[in-house]
Design a binder for this molecule. Structure first.
Ligand SMILES: [Zn+2]
Length: 262
């Protein structure tokens, strides 16, 4: 009798554990899979990094997330595998060495691809790619205007903020190539003042780039799009100047070609 009660207790405990560990994300990964759901990372070497990344994202954005980050798939690759997958998803070879990417293309839109690297926190890499996966509207709207550096800048600024708040990594410890884009957002947010970071977070995750541009232009009397074009040409001084000077009223500069052109 006691034995049966214990067995029953163990069975219930196992059931509770498995339902707590497995949000309803879809089919479980096969035994030989190289991917896992972010919220169910198992026991592998990447599990701790995944748990830390998910906690950091939830701590910052739990109430404004457009989708369940625990159900994003994390696929762990090696360097060759990452480049291979990057190309198969229809892109050229990456411009610089990368340690992760996300592509909103259907079929891959719920997956982030990462490569563990010695000396580089996998938790931080996962946060950066997960943020991309949570901001499809922002990146699509900015992409339509060919402002990919504004997307990378926002992603990296938010990654660094989360890493400083939750992962014990100081903002100035980052060595990624996105430094100038982050400096642009630092300047923009300091001009926006209180609520600037919250506005960026809300637009990045749900309201989209167009709403962000509208609000920035209205609040500061500048043209974020002109600044974004300068940033796209890697001209940080010009981009900074564009957000510190009031834009010409609409119509007054109709004959002037836009900076950077398209
Ligand atoms: Zn990125």
């Amino acid at each position: 009798m006691i034995g049966r009660a214990i067995a029953l207790g163990l069975a219930i405990a196992a059931l509770v554990r498995s339902s707590a560990a497995a949000p309803r994300c879809g089919a479980a990964p096969p035994a030989d899979a190289r991917w896992f759901y972010l919220g169910v990372p198992g026991e592998g070497r990447s599990a701790v990094a995944a748990q830390r990344a998910l906690r950091a994202v939830l701590a910052a954005f739990d109430d404004v997330l457009p989708r369940e980050p625990a159900c994003l798939k994390v696929e762990i690759l090696d360097d060759g595998g990452l480049t291979d997958r990057y190309r198969r998803l229809g892109r050229r070879r990456p411009d610089a060495a990368i340690v992760g990417f996300h592509n909103p293309k259907l079929g891959a839109d719920g997956t982030v691809f990462v490569v563990p690297q010695p000396g580089q926190g996998l938790d931080v890499v996962i946060v950066h790619e997960v943020l991309h996966a949570l901001s499809h509207r922002f990146s699509q709207e900015a992409g339509r205007r060919r402002l990919s550096h504004l997307v990378e800048g926002a992603t990296e600024l938010l990654t660094r903020s989360l890493a400083a708040a939750s992962l014990g990594v100081a903002k100035d410890a980052f060595k990624t190539g996105y430094g100038p884009y982050v400096r642009f957002y630092d300047a923009l947010l300091s001009r926006l003042g209180d609520g600037g970071l919250a506005l960026l977070g809300a637009c990045y995750l749900t309201r989209g780039y167009d709403a962000f541009e509208r609000e920035v232009d209205e609040r500061l009397g500048v043209s974020l799009r002109d600044a974004g074009r300068a940033l796209e040409a890697d001209d940080l001084p010009r981009a900074l100047q564009r957000i510190s000077v009031r834009a010409e009223p609409a119509g007054a500069s109709a004959a002037t070609p836009g900076a950077g052109g398209e």
